[in-house]
Design a protein around this ligand. Structure first.
Ligand code: ZN
Length: 275
C-alpha cells in the first residue's frame, strides 16, 4: 500500500506535467471506487488552468484556477499513467483526464480502494471531512518531540500503534513505522507511556529522516506500488527490518529479525537492537 513517501513521489512526478495545463475531457468507467466516482458531469473541472497540486497525509489535492478541484487517494493499488492519446486504455483504468497538451492522464486501480473526490470553490479544505480529523504532517515542525511526548503520555497502547494512528501523526504506515522504531532502537510492542523522553526524541528524528530518505529514493516498491508511468521506488534496498523475518540483523549481527502481529498488521523488529 502506498505510504507517505510513495504519495509524495507520485505528486512530485505529476506536478510539472499538470500545472498550467487544462482538462479538456474527463471519462469514468466505474460508478464508484472507495466512494462514488462522479467526475464526468462536473463542468467546473473542464477547461480551467490547473493551479497547483499538493499533498495532505496520503491525499493528493489538485486545485484549478476557478476553485474547483480533486482530492485523490491511491488506496491499495492506485497508480497513474500519463501517455499519448493514441495509447489504448488498459484493464482497470477507471478514470481518464484528457489534457490540452495532447496527453491523457489515466487512473488505474485493480482493487478499487482509491478515491477521486471533487470539491467546489466554496469548500474549506481544512474542514473537509477527509481532512478534519488528521493529525500533523510528520515533515513539518508541527510534528515535534514535544508533540510526540504529549501523544504518548500515560498511554498503554504500543508505540507502533500510536505512531500509525492518523490522529497522532499522518502518513506513517507499516513500513516506515517499523523502520523508524528500528533506527531509534525502540521495541514496537512497548507501551507509549513507558518510553523516556530522550528515546521519543530519537524516534521523532528517525521518523523524519526515514521519510525524507524514502522520498529521495522514490518510495518503496513492494507489491503494488509504482509511481507515475510504472516507475519503481528504491527504498526497499535500505529496509533493515521490514519483511526480513528470520534474517540476522545487519546492524548488530546477532539478533534474528522477528515478526509479530499488532492489530492485524505485521511488525518486524530486532530483539537485540530494540528494547
Ligand atoms: Zn540488531
Amino acid at each position: 500500500m502506498p505510504e507517505l513517501p510513495e504519495v509524495e513521489t507520485v505528486l512530485q512526478a505529476l506536478r510539472p506535467h499538470l500545472v498550467n495545463d487544462k482538462f479538456t475531457e474527463i471519462n469514468t468507467y466505474v460508478n464508484k471506487l472507495r466512494s462514488p466516482l462522479i467526475l464526468s458531469d462536473v463542468q467546473g473541472l473542464l477547461n480551467q488552468p490547473i493551479e497547483n497540486l499538493w499533498r495532505r497525509a496520503k491525499y493528493i489535492v489538485l486545485k484549478l484556477k476557478n476553485g474547483y478541484g480533486l482530492i485523490i487517494h491511491l488506496g491499495m493499488t492506485g497508480s497513474w499513467r500519463l501517455e499519448s492519446m493514441s495509447v489504448d486504455r488498459q484493464k482497470h483504468d477507471h478514470a481518464e483526464f484528457y489534457l490540452s497538451s495532447g496527453l491523457v492522464l489515466r487512473y488505474n486501480d485493480p482493487r478499487r480502494f482509491g478515491q477521486i473526490v471533487v470539491f467546489e470553490p466554496d469548500c474549506d479544505l481544512i474542514k473537509h471531512k477527509l481532512f478534519v480529523n488528521l493529525g500533523p504532517e510528520p515533515l513539518t515542525d508541527d510534528f515535534s518531540n514535544l508533540w510526540l511526548k504529549r501523544v504518548c503520555k500515560n498511554k498503554k497502547k504500543p508505540i507502533k500503534s500510536l505512531i500509525m494512528d492518523n490522529k497522532n501523526v499522518v502518513g506513517v504506515g507499516n513500513i516506515y513505522a517499523s523502520e523508524s522504531l528500528f533506527r531509534s532502537g525502540i521495541n514496537p510492542l512497548l507501551a507509549g507511556g513507558a518510553i523516556s523522553n530522550i528515546r521519543l526524541k530519537r524516534l521523532t528524528r528517525a521518523i523524519k529522516d526515514i521519510l525524507r530518505d524514502a522520498i529521495k529514493a522514490g518510495g518503496t516498491t513492494i507489491k503494488d506500488y509504482s509511481s507515475l508511468n510504472g516507475e519503481e521506488g528504491y527504498f526497499y534496498r535500505e529496509l533493515m527490518v521490514y519483511g526480513k523475518a528470520g534474517d540476522t540483523c545487519s546492524k548488530c549481527n546477532r539478533g534474528i529479525i522477528r515478526q509479530a502481529y499488532q492489530s492485524g498488521r505485521s511488525t518486524f523488529y530486532c530483539p537485540v537492537c530494540q528494547r
